[in-house]
Ligand binder design. Structure first.
Ligand code: GYE
Length: 306
């Protein structure tokens, strides 16, 4: 046989070169995260994009290793959900050197040079914290002893939600955060920390603010085991808006959730395709949040997609 084909080895159904995208996911700590993973996997499939998936088990070093492996393999683009904010510059510089666009999903990074990533697709965590606090002000009339279950230390989700929440709470002298500790965004740790709060607190706990629904669901269990009624004796508000939170609201055990949409696949891959095509992509692609409380839970639970 003579000659050689000009065509690329791998082709998509539509005859275009099939894109190869590496996705470095944080782990599977919450139902939110599982929904995000599923959204990215299924959107890759729908677009006939080959997805190389890597689960970092909550460790930044695993994410850095995965990214370097994607870069060495010469992927067309990288999707990164960064577990923490800092420490990304060297690996992002490697990607930039090889002209591989990096699309951040849900959490942000702190870098001195913003050109090290293409865009951040996700919600506004500071706003979510503020929305939660505004609901607390309204619900309590500005007087409550609050305990806070924080997300993963060093993550933009935990840092910014706390920032937004405390900004509003600080304006109300009778709203006091009496204890605050990380529950690492998991149900098990949320339960454990809530148990410790209930045991050690000398003041009555009026309200729990959890940085995600899973920790609130853990706290609900702890409160019940301590013989109190979650949602009544202790008010509970969290962030995400997952199905489990809606179920808990319908059962009267959770009072409110601030939505944070995890279905980022379609928007993330739009950004990937535009970046690969050499188009300019805006630095921030914002996904909107809404507040849902018990009063609307029953009516809306059937339509929830995650
Ligand atoms: O709220 C939480 C998760 O980064 C927005 O991480 C995400 C957060 C989400 O595990 O449930």
């Amino acid at each position: 046989m003579f000659g050689c084909s000009e065509e690329p080895a791998i082709k998509g159904k539509d005859g275009k070169k099939q894109l190869i995208v590496g996705f470095s996911q944080i782990g599977a700590e919450s139902s939110w995260r599982t929904a995000e993973t599923e959204s990215i996997r299924s959107e890759a499939k729908a677009r006939n994009i080959e997805l190389k998936f890597s689960d970092a088990q909550q460790k930044q070093e695993n994410q850095i290793k995965a990214l370097n492996a994607f870069i060495a393999q010469g992927v067309d683009a990288i999707i990164l959900a960064p577990v923490v904010e800092t420490g990304w510059e060297p690996v992002l510089r490697n990607a930039k050197k090889r002209n591989i666009p990096v699309i951040l999903v849900d959490r942000g990074v702190k870098v001195s040079d913003e050109s090290l990533y293409t865009t951040l697709v996700g919600t506004d965590f500071v706003l979510e914290g503020r929305l939660a606090a505004e609901w607390v002000v309204e619900k309590t009339g500005g007087k409550a002893n609050i305990v806070e279950l924080e997300g993963t230390p060093g993550s933009s989700a935990a840092i910014d939600r706390q920032k937004g929440f405390s900004e509003i709470i600080a304006k109300h002298p009778n709203l006091k955060v009496i204890q605050s500790q990380t529950g690492e965004f998991t149900r098990a740790k949320g339960k454990e920390v809530m148990e410790a709060f209930l045991k050690s607190s000398t003041n009555k706990i009026d309200l729990v603010f959890a940085h995600n629904d899973d920790m609130a669901l853990g706290a609900i269990q702890a409160i019940e085991e301590a013989g109190q009624k979650p949602g009544e004796d202790i008010i509970i508000i969290s962030i995400d808006g997952v199905k489990g939170a809606f179920e808990a609201m319908v059962a009267g055990k959770l009072n409110c959730t601030v939505e944070c949409n995890p279905l980022l696949g379609p928007v993330a891959f739009d950004a990937v395709e535009r970046a690969v095509a050499g188009e300019t992509v805006e630095k921030r692609i914002m996904i909107e949040d809404k507040v849902f409380d018990q009063s609307v839970a029953k009516e809306l639970i059937g339509g929830r997609k995650y």
